[in-house]
Design a binder for this molecule. Structure first.
Ligand code: G4P
Length: 532
């Protein structure tokens, strides 16, 4: 008993040290640069380029898929561990490219907080908005980082206004820039009134030289820029735009920080905000609606599958976020969906694109289970009495193709492959009586997923496919009552989603959808989560 208590106390303490978060941003806002800059502040990685990036900044190359290398992008969502001032920060990678996929969304089901990264010249961009929708649906706390302040951009007050007006998130700046975008002098910490002057270091992404000045000294050095910033800070005070923990944790207000990831300005402040404000892992609600405390026996949910990381081994990995308990490598878990045991002898920690074997892990950490052939996205693994977490929602697909086996003789392999990719959540598989089982419709959030499907069907399942694009871009949930009437309309098709039996109406585009909604208000056309 005493040992069990000791383990529970250890788990609670370790969970309290963890902060598990992801960065949501539009391509080019600076996510890779920020990731490197954050890592520079940790003891784990000491030089830029050690985490994945693009182009020649890519320090660790991944051999997971040729495609990934050819394109120089990361298709996978791994985690980066940053040790900082006694805390463990788990930064989960959200692939943020134009071709992003459901994985990007699913990662958000595995984090406790998001960093919304904005380009100071561009403000809120489409992909950021889509990802923010998922955060909002989960009432997730969001910290905003306005990046690239070393380049010409917009007025800080105008950016705050945009955040409030467009997404209804109340911005509460933690610091305030001195110097307009493009002439970045430093940051005023609103809580202490301290001014940190930034000096760019030659040679790029090293830690910026930061010098703390007293207000009188700052006024002397920065002159009118200081006066202007002080006036704006007074305005914020008058507006009551002050940090408020309760509304932040409820996803209603967002602490905002200004900075520039490339010269590493203000990144230390962001790290301190993550450590100080982002929530540690808390009890996760299970499928019965019961909260499972972090100190309960081991449990976790798979949020991502990755196949063929090593083509010679044909392994299949499941990335699991730990919700409760202590993980010890070698422990035998139970796979909730099948009730079967799952051994964890070869479990690995995920660290950038590298993987290394781990011995123990705690709530908030991500572990990679190898040989996870029977596991699907959303599955729960646990120790002790049974627990199961609710499924991760499927997101609104925007791209659709019809898949057929190139060689009719390979139909069995074709069926098996498509079923497997469906289970892994690589694509959603839709069918209808009209189209038949031999020509299912594959649906995805980003079109890159179809390349992944074609590649894997050919190389892994030995059933090359022909994928013909369909001219739909919107999916809505419907029901049997509306299906016939929808079928009769042009530019609409109703199909059944295999994994959950939902009926989805596919529509050519949102203008056509608006016309249908206007002309047939009685038909059920319900938005799906995000992008719908
Ligand atoms: P992403 O992962 O969000 O797609 O963005 P990434 O970090 O690759 O950054 C996109 C571009 O913006 C890069 O320039 C990067 O150097 C630049 N950038 C990121 N943060 C800052 C910043 O704080 N200040 C300035 N001035 N630039 C920033 P690039 O020329 O497209 O790529 P590269 O050739 O430099 O790698």
């Amino acid at each position: 008993m005493a040992t069990a208590d000791k383990v529970m106390a250890e788990v609670a303490e370790e969970a309290g040290r963890r902060r598990t978060f992801a960065v949501i941003s539009h391509p080019d806002a600076g996510k890779s640069t920020l990731t490197e800059a954050l890592a520079l502040h940790s003891s784990a990685i000491s030089s830029a380029g050690a985490v994945h990036g693009k182009g020649d900044r890519r320090g660790v190359t991944s051999d997971w898929m040729e495609m990934e290398q050819d394109r120089g992008i990361s298709i996978t969502s791994a985690a980066l561990r940053i040790d900082y001032e006694g805390r463990v920060l788990n930064l989960l990678d959200t692939p943020g490219h134009a071709d992003f996929s459901e994985d990007t969304y699913r990662v958000l089901s595995a984090v406790d907080c998001a960093i919304m990264l904005l380009d100071s010249a561009k403000g809120l961009e489409p992909q950021t908005l889509k990802l923010f929708d998922v955060c909002r649906a989960r009432r997730m706390p969001v910290i905003t980082f306005v990046n690239k302040w070393d380049r010409p951009g917009r007025e800080p007050l105008e950016l705050l206004d945009e955040i409030e007006q467009r997404i209804g998130l109340r911005p509460t700046p933690l610091n305030w820039p001195v110097g307009i975008a493009g002439d970045f002098r430093g940051l005023i910490d609103r809580a202490t009134g301290r001014y940190t002057k930034m000096t760019r270091m030659p040679g790029g992404a090293t830690k910026a030289l930061e010098e703390v000045l007293a207000p009188e000294e700052a006024a002397r050095v920065e002159g009118t820029e200081w006066e202007r910033a002080r006036e704006e800070v007074e305005l914020l005070e008058a507006l009551g735009a002050d940090f408020d923990a309760e509304s932040f944790l409820a996803g209603e207000s967002s602490p905002v920080l200004f900075g520039a990831a490339l010269p590493n300005f203000g990144v230390g402040q962001l790290l301190r905000a993550i450590v100080g404000l982002a929530p540690a892992p808390t009890a996760k609600t299970d499928a019965k609606g019961e909260p499972r405390p972090v100190a309960a026996p081991f449990s976790g949910q798979v949020f991502k599958m990755q196949a063929n990381m090593d083509p010679s081994h044909r392994d299949r990995m499941a990335f699991l976020r730990i919700s409760s308990g202590r993980f010890d490598r070698g422990m035998v878990l139970t796979h909730a969906r099948t009730g079967r045991p799952f051994t964890t002898k070869y479990t690995q920690a995920v660290f950038g694109s590298e993987r290394s074997t781990i011995e123990t892990a705690f709530p908030g950490d991500v572990i990679a289970l190898v040989n996870a052939q029977s596991i699907a996205v959303g599955d729960t693994l646990y120790d002790g009495p049974k627990v199961e977490f609710p499924a991760i929602p499927s997101f609104a697909p925007e791209h659709f193709v019809v898949a057929r086996a190139k060689d009719a003789g390979k139909y069995k392999q074709f069926q098996k492959g498509i079923a497997q990719l469906d289970a892994e959540g690589v694509v959603q598989v839709l069918t209808s009586d009209v189209r038949g089982e031999q020509a299912p419709v594959l649906a995805a959030v980003g079109p890159l997923q179809f390349d992944v499907v074609e590649h894997r069907m050919e190389h892994e399942f030995r059933a090359p496919i022909e994928a013909s694009p369909l001219d739909y871009s919107v999916a809505r949930r419907t029901d049997a009552g509306s299906a016939d009437a929808l079928h009769a309309l042009s530019g609409v098709e109703v199909l059944k989603r295999r994994n959950d039996g939902e009926l989805l109406a596919l529509v050519h585009n949102k203008w056509r959808l608006r016309v249908i909604e206007r002309d047939h208000p009685g038909l059920l056309l319900e938005p799906l989560l995000a992008g719908g």
